[in-house]
Design a protein around this ligand. Structure first.
Ligand SMILES: [Cu+2]
Length: 234
Protein backbone atom coordinates (compact mmCIF):
# COMPACT_ATOMS: atom_id res chain seq x y z
CA UNK A 1 0.00 0.00 0.00
CA UNK A 2 2.88 2.34 0.82
CA UNK A 3 4.32 1.81 -2.67
CA UNK A 4 0.96 2.51 -4.32
CA UNK A 5 0.57 5.81 -2.45
CA UNK A 6 4.11 6.94 -3.30
CA UNK A 7 3.61 5.94 -6.94
CA UNK A 8 0.27 7.73 -7.17
CA UNK A 9 1.82 10.88 -5.75
CA UNK A 10 4.80 10.74 -8.13
CA UNK A 11 2.53 10.09 -11.13
CA UNK A 12 0.27 12.99 -10.13
CA UNK A 13 3.29 15.32 -9.85
CA UNK A 14 4.91 14.31 -13.14
CA UNK A 15 1.67 14.27 -15.13
CA UNK A 16 0.56 17.64 -13.73
CA UNK A 17 3.93 19.12 -14.72
CA UNK A 18 3.69 17.72 -18.25
CA UNK A 19 0.06 18.81 -18.70
CA UNK A 20 0.91 22.36 -17.56
CA UNK A 21 3.76 22.43 -20.10
CA UNK A 22 1.57 21.10 -22.95
CA UNK A 23 -1.26 23.52 -22.17
CA UNK A 24 0.98 26.58 -21.98
CA UNK A 25 4.07 25.99 -24.14
CA UNK A 26 3.81 27.47 -27.62
CA UNK A 27 4.28 24.21 -29.48
CA UNK A 28 2.38 25.31 -32.59
CA UNK A 29 2.75 28.42 -34.79
CA UNK A 30 0.51 31.50 -34.42
CA UNK A 31 -3.20 30.85 -34.84
CA UNK A 32 -4.28 32.73 -37.98
CA UNK A 33 -7.60 31.12 -38.92
CA UNK A 34 -10.86 30.28 -37.16
CA UNK A 35 -10.33 26.60 -37.95
CA UNK A 36 -6.89 26.56 -36.30
CA UNK A 37 -8.34 27.11 -32.80
CA UNK A 38 -10.41 23.92 -32.84
CA UNK A 39 -7.38 21.98 -34.07
CA UNK A 40 -5.16 23.41 -31.31
CA UNK A 41 -7.72 22.51 -28.63
CA UNK A 42 -7.77 18.97 -29.98
CA UNK A 43 -3.95 18.85 -29.96
CA UNK A 44 -3.79 20.10 -26.38
CA UNK A 45 -6.31 17.56 -25.13
CA UNK A 46 -4.55 14.69 -26.92
CA UNK A 47 -1.12 15.79 -25.65
CA UNK A 48 -2.48 16.04 -22.11
CA UNK A 49 -4.03 12.57 -22.16
CA UNK A 50 -0.80 11.21 -23.65
CA UNK A 51 1.17 13.00 -20.89
CA UNK A 52 -0.86 11.28 -18.16
CA UNK A 53 -0.46 7.86 -19.79
CA UNK A 54 3.26 8.47 -20.33
CA UNK A 55 3.63 9.44 -16.66
CA UNK A 56 1.80 6.33 -15.45
CA UNK A 57 4.04 4.05 -17.55
CA UNK A 58 7.40 5.78 -17.05
CA UNK A 59 7.06 6.61 -13.36
CA UNK A 60 5.92 3.05 -12.58
CA UNK A 61 8.79 1.64 -14.64
CA UNK A 62 11.50 3.83 -13.11
CA UNK A 63 10.09 3.39 -9.57
CA UNK A 64 10.03 -0.41 -9.97
CA UNK A 65 13.54 -0.52 -11.39
CA UNK A 66 14.89 1.45 -8.44
CA UNK A 67 12.78 0.20 -5.52
CA UNK A 68 12.37 -3.46 -6.51
CA UNK A 69 15.85 -4.01 -7.95
CA UNK A 70 17.67 -7.23 -7.08
CA UNK A 71 19.68 -6.90 -3.87
CA UNK A 72 23.32 -7.92 -3.88
CA UNK A 73 22.75 -11.07 -1.77
CA UNK A 74 19.53 -12.16 -3.51
CA UNK A 75 20.19 -15.22 -5.70
CA UNK A 76 16.55 -16.47 -5.91
CA UNK A 77 14.13 -16.27 -8.83
CA UNK A 78 11.19 -13.87 -8.76
CA UNK A 79 7.72 -15.30 -8.05
CA UNK A 80 6.10 -16.79 -11.20
CA UNK A 81 3.12 -14.73 -12.40
CA UNK A 82 0.40 -16.20 -14.65
CA UNK A 83 -1.79 -13.36 -15.83
CA UNK A 84 -4.40 -11.30 -14.03
CA UNK A 85 -7.78 -11.19 -15.74
CA UNK A 86 -9.05 -8.10 -13.92
CA UNK A 87 -5.90 -6.09 -14.73
CA UNK A 88 -5.99 -7.20 -18.35
CA UNK A 89 -9.65 -6.21 -18.67
CA UNK A 90 -8.86 -2.78 -17.16
CA UNK A 91 -5.91 -2.04 -19.43
CA UNK A 92 -7.96 -3.05 -22.46
CA UNK A 93 -11.17 -1.20 -21.60
CA UNK A 94 -9.68 2.12 -20.46
CA UNK A 95 -7.55 2.66 -23.62
CA UNK A 96 -10.52 1.53 -25.72
CA UNK A 97 -12.75 4.13 -24.05
CA UNK A 98 -10.09 6.84 -24.55
CA UNK A 99 -9.63 5.99 -28.23
CA UNK A 100 -13.40 5.91 -28.89
CA UNK A 101 -13.92 9.22 -27.06
CA UNK A 102 -11.05 10.86 -29.00
CA UNK A 103 -12.42 9.52 -32.29
CA UNK A 104 -15.83 11.06 -31.53
CA UNK A 105 -14.28 14.38 -30.48
CA UNK A 106 -12.01 14.32 -33.58
CA UNK A 107 -15.02 13.69 -35.83
CA UNK A 108 -16.89 16.62 -34.24
CA UNK A 109 -13.88 18.91 -34.77
CA UNK A 110 -13.57 17.74 -38.38
CA UNK A 111 -17.27 18.43 -39.01
CA UNK A 112 -16.83 21.86 -37.41
CA UNK A 113 -13.80 22.93 -39.47
CA UNK A 114 -15.09 21.67 -42.80
CA UNK A 115 -18.57 23.23 -42.53
CA UNK A 116 -19.33 26.12 -44.90
CA UNK A 117 -19.87 29.51 -43.23
CA UNK A 118 -23.56 30.35 -43.47
CA UNK A 119 -23.34 34.03 -42.49
CA UNK A 120 -21.13 35.34 -45.30
CA UNK A 121 -20.62 34.38 -48.95
CA UNK A 122 -17.42 32.44 -49.53
CA UNK A 123 -14.56 33.59 -51.70
CA UNK A 124 -13.76 30.77 -54.09
CA UNK A 125 -10.15 30.01 -54.98
CA UNK A 126 -9.26 27.21 -57.36
CA UNK A 127 -5.83 25.86 -56.55
CA UNK A 128 -3.74 23.93 -59.06
CA UNK A 129 -0.77 22.11 -57.61
CA UNK A 130 1.95 21.08 -60.07
CA UNK A 131 5.51 19.85 -59.81
CA UNK A 132 6.65 22.24 -58.31
CA UNK A 133 4.51 25.32 -58.14
CA UNK A 134 1.08 26.61 -57.13
CA UNK A 135 -1.46 28.48 -59.21
CA UNK A 136 -4.55 30.26 -57.89
CA UNK A 137 -7.67 31.13 -59.85
CA UNK A 138 -10.32 33.48 -58.53
CA UNK A 139 -13.39 32.64 -60.68
CA UNK A 140 -15.50 35.40 -59.06
CA UNK A 141 -12.95 37.99 -60.25
CA UNK A 142 -11.65 36.32 -63.41
CA UNK A 143 -7.99 36.45 -62.35
CA UNK A 144 -5.25 33.87 -61.92
CA UNK A 145 -2.04 34.38 -59.94
CA UNK A 146 0.95 32.59 -58.49
CA UNK A 147 0.57 34.20 -55.07
CA UNK A 148 -2.36 33.81 -52.74
CA UNK A 149 -3.98 37.00 -51.51
CA UNK A 150 -7.00 36.89 -49.19
CA UNK A 151 -9.17 39.36 -47.29
CA UNK A 152 -9.01 39.02 -43.50
CA UNK A 153 -12.08 37.54 -41.72
CA UNK A 154 -13.73 36.42 -44.96
CA UNK A 155 -14.54 32.73 -45.41
CA UNK A 156 -12.63 31.12 -48.28
CA UNK A 157 -13.34 27.86 -50.02
CA UNK A 158 -10.36 26.32 -51.79
CA UNK A 159 -11.04 23.83 -54.55
CA UNK A 160 -7.88 21.86 -55.05
CA UNK A 161 -6.57 19.63 -57.75
CA UNK A 162 -3.21 18.21 -58.73
CA UNK A 163 -2.05 18.40 -62.34
CA UNK A 164 0.55 15.61 -62.15
CA UNK A 165 1.05 13.82 -58.82
CA UNK A 166 -0.51 14.18 -55.36
CA UNK A 167 0.45 17.36 -53.50
CA UNK A 168 -0.83 18.74 -50.21
CA UNK A 169 -1.95 22.28 -49.42
CA UNK A 170 -0.64 23.47 -46.06
CA UNK A 171 -0.29 26.83 -44.36
CA UNK A 172 0.97 25.95 -40.85
CA UNK A 173 -0.74 28.97 -39.23
CA UNK A 174 -4.10 27.65 -40.50
CA UNK A 175 -3.23 24.12 -39.34
CA UNK A 176 -5.41 22.21 -41.81
CA UNK A 177 -3.90 20.24 -44.69
CA UNK A 178 -5.64 18.93 -47.77
CA UNK A 179 -4.33 16.75 -50.57
CA UNK A 180 -4.47 18.06 -54.15
CA UNK A 181 -5.15 14.95 -56.20
CA UNK A 182 -5.02 14.57 -60.01
CA UNK A 183 -8.41 13.75 -61.54
CA UNK A 184 -10.56 14.90 -58.63
CA UNK A 185 -11.46 17.98 -56.67
CA UNK A 186 -10.86 18.28 -52.94
CA UNK A 187 -12.23 21.09 -50.81
CA UNK A 188 -10.72 23.03 -47.91
CA UNK A 189 -12.35 25.87 -45.97
CA UNK A 190 -10.46 28.58 -44.13
CA UNK A 191 -11.41 31.88 -42.55
CA UNK A 192 -8.13 33.80 -42.06
CA UNK A 193 -8.25 35.93 -38.92
CA UNK A 194 -4.88 37.70 -38.93
CA UNK A 195 -3.47 40.18 -41.41
CA UNK A 196 0.05 39.09 -42.32
CA UNK A 197 2.36 37.24 -44.64
CA UNK A 198 2.43 33.46 -44.60
CA UNK A 199 3.82 30.66 -46.67
CA UNK A 200 1.93 27.93 -48.47
CA UNK A 201 3.89 24.68 -48.42
CA UNK A 202 3.47 21.36 -50.13
CA UNK A 203 3.10 18.72 -47.43
CA UNK A 204 3.15 15.62 -49.63
CA UNK A 205 6.49 14.38 -50.96
CA UNK A 206 6.03 15.01 -54.68
CA UNK A 207 9.42 14.68 -56.31
CA UNK A 208 12.80 16.40 -56.51
CA UNK A 209 11.56 19.97 -56.04
CA UNK A 210 9.10 19.15 -53.22
CA UNK A 211 11.01 21.07 -50.56
CA UNK A 212 10.89 24.22 -52.70
CA UNK A 213 7.21 24.02 -53.60
CA UNK A 214 6.07 27.16 -51.81
CA UNK A 215 3.85 30.13 -52.58
CA UNK A 216 3.58 33.45 -50.77
CA UNK A 217 0.32 34.06 -48.92
CA UNK A 218 -0.83 37.53 -47.92
CA UNK A 219 -3.86 38.15 -45.72
CA UNK A 220 -4.90 41.80 -46.04
CA UNK A 221 -7.77 44.16 -45.21
CA UNK A 222 -10.74 43.81 -47.54
CA UNK A 223 -10.13 47.18 -49.28
CA UNK A 224 -6.50 46.23 -49.96
CA UNK A 225 -7.67 42.91 -51.33
CA UNK A 226 -10.04 44.61 -53.80
CA UNK A 227 -7.23 46.96 -54.91
CA UNK A 228 -4.96 43.98 -55.42
CA UNK A 229 -7.65 42.25 -57.50
CA UNK A 230 -7.96 45.36 -59.72
CA UNK A 231 -4.20 45.46 -60.23
CA UNK A 232 -4.08 41.89 -61.54
CA UNK A 233 -4.00 41.35 -65.32
CA UNK A 234 -7.29 39.85 -66.56
CU1 LIG B 1 4.03 19.01 -54.09
Amino acid sequence: MKHVSILALLIALVSTGLVVVFQNAHLTPTVAATQALAVDDLFKLEFSIAAVILSICLVTLVYSIIVFRRRADDEGDGPPIHGHTFLEAIWTLIPLAIVVALAIYGALVLADITRAASSQPELEVKVSASQWSWRFEYPQYGIATSQLELPVNGPVVFKLHGTDVIHSFWVPEWRIKMDAVPGMETVLRITPTKVGKYKLLCAELCGLGHAFMEAPVAVVEEADFLNWVKAQPK
